[in-house]
Design a protein around this ligand. Structure first.
Ligand code: PLP
Length: 483
């Protein structure tokens, strides 16, 4: 017994050591998060640096955890872009509020695989309850149920597969798509690339994603053009299968007119999925719900609590008006997964592509309880207010042009220089300078084919002073264009 113990101790950390190292990790984590403003937001390493710093061969013999931990600090941390940095204004945020980190530690320690009710009843039942908490918190009607997915990309893929199967009367999974009329899916020209990929992976094919031009202040897909596209497809012998609308598009926050689009979907008997991956979190504040007015008419809605609600990555909630449609598309029950003798249970893997499921509701439970809905709303309202203030001040800067005004906490702008024709290049160069300086982190996009810079606020620990740093950074760059 002693011998076996010694061998095991060499290879696996002992559970007594776990306390010792756990303390070290917690101390490191707490100091890291408290001093995170001292780091450049975006990693400043050259490509290949981390790869070349790691030995080419795995160790044959056990190494000390202290040494591994030391290497983590010296080799890995410099190659980290600090998503929790309060001056991370790039992409969309990916928050990890302390309570959700703590819950994730507990979930990881248990290491449960929650594919079926019986593989951890608590995980399924807590998930059902949390979905309901969020539904109520976001003002959705009581019919909606849902499921927690890893990412919005997965949720959108399940929605597209559901559109496909529903329109083919659930025969596509069995016989495939060949020899049939072309299935057609409609979305605005501003939707996220995860929609393209869902169309690829579902076998529908990118040529059958019909991109409807946008119009109006919120850059919604034009409902008249949507109607025309559907009619034309029907005349051409194609089979309209579904619509994907967006609340809070990635480039500039565009919001489709859900109410009008949902009415078209209902009239044409089309399944409607709404991608609110980023903006969905803001819907816990009733004053922003005008952005998705009519949402109760959607069939499927995805939003990512891992973006703006504070839950650690990954955590994506998909609400479903009639879950049985998605279950009919995805559920499969071989003998080894059957749950015998238990009635009235839900197996949440019936609603997802992956069979295996992490215990994701735990971090939402800890987060919502520890912050309270009021705490979460306050964070989001501050981000929106501070972004609007920054936008209002930037409007008055010389050499800065606002391209799209704020939708929630996102707006786009670019630097301009009198008499210059290479505006895109100037912006690329200035953006690289800003990100290399490391005080703030911004990322670009294209609006009307012009290279523009996005600003979006969303990190949980951000303060108003962090916006001031962003303002000064941008002001200095705009002044430098006068020289
Ligand atoms: N939809 C929108 C509007 C997004 O902004 C993003 C990512 O930023 C996605 C979908 C994809 O999200 P995920 O990484 O969860 O798949």
């Amino acid at each position: 017994v002693l011998k076996i113990h010694l061998i095991r101790k060499g290879n696996f950390m002992d559970w007594d050591d776990y306390i010792e190292f756990g303390k070290k990790a917690l101390h490191w984590g707490s100091n890291y998060r408290k001093s995170i403003r001292n780091y450049p937001v975006r990693s400043q390493l050259e490509p290949g640096h981390v790869y070349n710093s790691i030995p080419d061969l795995p160790p044959e013999n056990p190494e000390k955890l202290d040494d591994i931990f030391e290497d983590f600090k010296t080799k890995i941390i410099p190659g980290i872009t600090h998503w929790q940095h309060p001056r991370f204004f790039a992409y969309f945020p990916s928050n990890a509020a302390p309570a959700s980190v703590f819950a994730e530690m507990l979930a990881n320690t248990m290491g449960s695989q929650c594919m079926l009710w019986q593989t951890s009843p608590a995980a399924t039942e807590l998930e059902e309850k949390i979905i309901d908490w969020l539904r109520i918190g976001m003002g959705l009607p009581s019919g909606f149920k849902g499921v927690i997915q890893d990412t919005a990309s997965s949720a959108t893929l399940t929605a597209v597969l559901t559109m496909r199967e529903k329109s083919l009367d659930w025969t596509g999974n069995k016989t495939g798509l060949s020899g049939r009329s072309k299935l057609r899916i409609y979305a605005s020209e501003e939707v996220h690339s995860s929609i393209d990929r869902a169309i690829w992976f579902s076998g529908i094919g990118e040529d059958n994603l019909v991109r409807i031009p946008v119009h109006g202040d919120l850059r919604s897909m034009d409902p008249e053009l949507l109607k025309k596209a559907i009619q034309k497809d029907k005349q051409d012998g194609h089979m309209p299968a579904g619509i994907i609308a967006a609340t809070g598009g990635t480039s500039s926050g565009s919001c489709d007119n859900i109410s009008v689009i949902a009415d078209i979907a209902a009239k044409e008997n089309l399944y409607l999925h709404v991608d609110a991956a980023w903006a969905g979190s803001a819907m816990i504040c009733s004053e922003y719900r005008y952005l998705w007015q009519g949402i109760e008419k959607a069939d499927s809605i995805v939003f990512n609590p891992h973006k703006w609600l504070g839950a650690q990555f990954d955590c994506s909630v998909q609400f479903l008006k009639d879950p049985s449609i998605q279950k009919n598309t995805l559920s499969i029950s071989p003998e080894y997964l059957k749950t015998k003798g238990v009635d009235g249970i839900t197996n949440l893997s019936d609603y997802t592509i992956q069979l295996g499921r992490r215990f994701r509701s735990l971090k939402l439970w800890f987060l919502i309880r520890s912050e309270g809905m009021s705490g979460l709303k306050k964070v989001i309202r501050n981000h929106v207010k501070w972004t609007e203030n920054l936008h209002d001040r930037m409007k008055n800067l010389s050499n800065v042009e606002i391209i799209t005004p704020p939708i929630l906490s996102l707006f786009t702008f670019r630097f301009i220089k009198n008499g210059s024709s290479n505006i895109d290049e100037i912006n690329e160069k200035i953006l690289a300078e800003i990100n290399n300086e490391g005080k703030i982190y911004l990322t670009p996009t294209k609006v009307k084919n012009n290279y523009v810079i996005r600003f979006t606020a969303g990190t949980f620990e951000m303060e108003e002073a962090d916006i001031e740093v962003a303002y000064n950074c941008i002001r200095e760059k705009s002044e430098s264009l006068n020289k």
